[in-house]
Design a protein around this ligand. Structure first.
Ligand code: SF4
Length: 328
């Protein structure tokens, strides 16, 4: 069946996936393969802007690729690769930086946020991050980038850079990527407050054992107003209930919704049910992951083949870009 265009997405190599990564991005990556020609990149160069200790970068990239494959990314169709294995991206980054106003980059809320988070490490790479991101997308002539609505301004900026390049050099070589808005569920961590994230240690790892998973679920913060077992709860403010909606059956969700409000079910019982459903949902992923982990060369081959296919497209684009710019 003919595909509807090319989708590109990049993921920072943070190591093993957690539920937030999976529900917020990777599940969608898998689904998009049915209709689009997909290019998924593990963005190790981007990681250098915030990671100073690079000792785990290689292993984290490998683990991420392993998780992608276990989750259902099909490397025979989809290109999966590591960003730094395609050096053309740094060349395009440099060329695009010439058509990107510095003031706009330093005004971006994401840059200001990073300055606040790591005042001791405000590096040049942080300023140019959106330019490298644009280079990633356009190097592969991508038509769509799947982003949550909160990410849309970043892509709009990438589109501006593309327009600026095409206008400056009187060309149509670069394609303006379209936003493919996706319904990204907001996955909170086990603290029930912040977005799930490894750095906040409020995550549940996809590849954790069933016992580890259950222990993390039992730690989850529930409705803060429900102090005693006999207090009625409010599932609408409880992250456990939000997760039930993803991992439990319709009748179980309804049961929790009703029984929680009249203190018919306690939080311990409610969490145990969630842990059971979560573990059974993750079972096939874990089995595939374990099987693949025994064949690390297969994963490395996938990355090598992905990089080769990505470089072919990238070099084609760069030949057109160099010509448009007038480089001798
Ligand atoms: S019973 Fe379940 S939904 Fe209700 S507050 Fe407790 S954990 Fe949350």
């Amino acid at each position: 069946m003919a595909k509807k265009g090319r989708v590109f997405s990049g993921a920072r190599p943070t190591g093993r996936l957690h539920l937030g990564n999976y529900l917020g991005a990777v599940k969608n990556y898998v689904a998009l393969q049915d209709d689009y020609d997909c290019v998924y990149c593990i963005v190790d160069l981007h990681a250098l802007t915030t990671v100073e200790d690079t000792e785990n970068l290689k292993q984290n990239s490998f683990e991420m690729a392993l998780d992608f494959l276990a989750a259902g990314i099909r490397p025979e169709e989809t290109i999966v690769f590591v960003q730094s294995h395609v050096p053309q991206v740094t060349e395009l980054h440099m060329i695009l930086s010439m058509v990107t106003p510095l003031g706009k980059l330093t005004d971006l809320p994401t840059f200001k946020e990073k300055v606040r988070q790591q005042p001791e490490n405000i590096n040049y790479g942080l300023v140019g991050y959106p330019v490298l991101m644009t280079a990633d997308i356009v190097l592969y002539k991508s038509n769509f980038v799947p982003v949550g609505i909160d990410q849309a301004p970043h892509l709009e900026f990438a589109r501006e850079i593309v327009r600026s390049f095409n206008h400056r050099y009187g060309t149509k070589v670069l394609i303006e990527p379209q936003i493919k808005t996706t319904e990204v569920p907001k996955v909170l961590g086990i603290d029930g407050k912040e977005k799930m994230s490894k750095s906040l240690n409020n995550h549940i790892e996809m590849a954790a054992t069933p016992a580890e998973t259950k222990a993390r679920v039992m730690e989850m913060v529930t409705d803060p107003a429900r102090i005693k077992r006999t207090d009625p709860g409010n599932p609408d403010v409880c992250n456990v209930f939000t997760m039930h909606k993803v991992f439990s059956s319709g009748s179980e969700v309804e049961m929790v919704n009703v029984e929680c409000r009249r203190a018919g079910i306690g939080c311990v019982e409610c969490k145990a049910l969630l842990a059971k459903n979560l573990n059974s949902d993750l079972e096939p992923f874990r089995a595939r992951r374990e099987e693949l982990a025994l064949r690390p060369d297969t994963v490395r081959d996938v990355l090598e083949d992905g990089a080769k296919r990505a470089r072919t497209i990238a070099e084609q684009t760069m030949q057109e870009v160099r010509k448009a710019v007038g480089l001798p």
